[in-house]
Design a protein around this ligand. Sequence first.
Ligand SMILES: [Zn+2]
Length: 252
Amino acid sequence: MTQYEHSLIAMKRLLDAVHENHWAQWIATDIEQWRAAEDTSHHLSAYGGMGSFNDVIICRGNQHSVTEITEAWANTLFEWLKSVCYFLANHPNDSFTPETLANRVGRHDSSLAAFVGGDRAPASMRGYATEPVKLQGWRCLQCGQSEVTNRDIEYLMAQDLIPDMVFSACGSQSLDKLVDKVLASDVTGADETRKMLAAAAVASDILLITRDAWNWKCPHCDSDDTAVYRWVLRLDNECRFEPSTDNLPLRR
Ligand SMILES: [Zn+2]
């Protein structure tokens, strides 16, 4: 089986499992057309226009079958699997090593390609992002109160771990098994990493909270001057989060 067909089968498995029925049916047609005529045009046509495959976000808010914990993993797996499917649709008879995939498959390739000239986007916007994965949460810009949810921690872990897992499983044609593992929260080392990140948040005065809605008013000082805020993990003497350089400044 080609890596292209294998990646489509894994994608269909993921979409079926989270009950994304429209796109599961679309991918089923892609598989049929590939088997019948080695035709990739139906799959490639998924990426353009309004309401395209690029606009799908797997989350509870979209009535997908995921939990608070698996949502971040399922959506991150979806994004990288989509990037691999898109890449392989452009090289459908070729076979690639995990290392080559890591160098050539970029998270944003499919959405860039949907724009005119997107294929010629600068290299810095393509390929496998080399900058560190960030923890994204909430901050009051008045008093500096910082909060992240369990979901934010799961996203950080998923974004750090999923790309290599996808490239490796694509190389060994075991993407279907990876889909099952990720949806079952069966990721090696995840529990230890989760505890380490929670401890790093505490050590960095970031409150780990359970909340679904956005905090418009700061629970500490009542200001409504709040923003999305990002941190990077520093692994020096002790594990800590430091503000990344792309945040709005604090007002004090
Ligand atoms: Zn505040």
